[in-house]
Design a protein. Sequence first.
Length: 258
Amino acid sequence: MMHRSRHPEIVLPDADRKRELRRRSRRGFLIAGLAAVGGISAYEWITKSAEENEVPWPQRGVLDINGKLAHAYLSDSHLMPTFSADRITYLKPNGDEGLKTPLDLSEWELQVTAGKNAPVIKLQLSDITALPRVEMITRFCCIEGWNAIAWWTGARFSDFTRKFYPAGQQLSSYVYMATPDEEYYVGLDMKSAMHPQTLLAYEYNGKSLTPEHGAPLRLVIPVKYGIKNIKRIGSIQFVNQRPGDYWAEEGYDWFAGL
């Protein structure tokens, strides 16, 4: 016994079918055209908008929102993985901004401006090595997409801050670090700077830092991409306004968190 379809096929005369196909084709073309024009217009609006630090302001706004979300997520209990010594891999000394000017390590000093109206403090490497010694083997993540596992030794930035920041004075909101020639510089939010895995490192893989890896002192901050791990630190400033940052001014995310 045959059953009738509940949705019987409608057969149009040939002329009507062709008119219907032309109508649908015109409508599809119009919709596709409008979508393309809308997409092009949106792209041109974004790319031709006024720029903030080398990025059109709509894109910069998205980067800033991402940074705020990452900042809210970050905490002292949010620790990056650590590894055993047999997991150590080669870390290429990527980037030489701030390292091109010759530096006599025997004359190096760290200039610290610790708090509002505070005088500049001039420190030697011995002042850093006198702080509690911390070793960690963590992953270094480059924003280019590669990574390596390295063994670092240094002092926690939090210990450094407790030692040299004026007692009783409210902690600043940000930290600014620069190479001695000020050719490379980074800005950090204070929560990231005070994270327990943020180090002022003076050794790499059990030996003193080499010039290409940032001798005599560099920042190691595993919760952020490598662009924030400034080498050859010459000055540290505690500030209350968000400071400049080399790669943020080239269009990258200021927070640069993992």
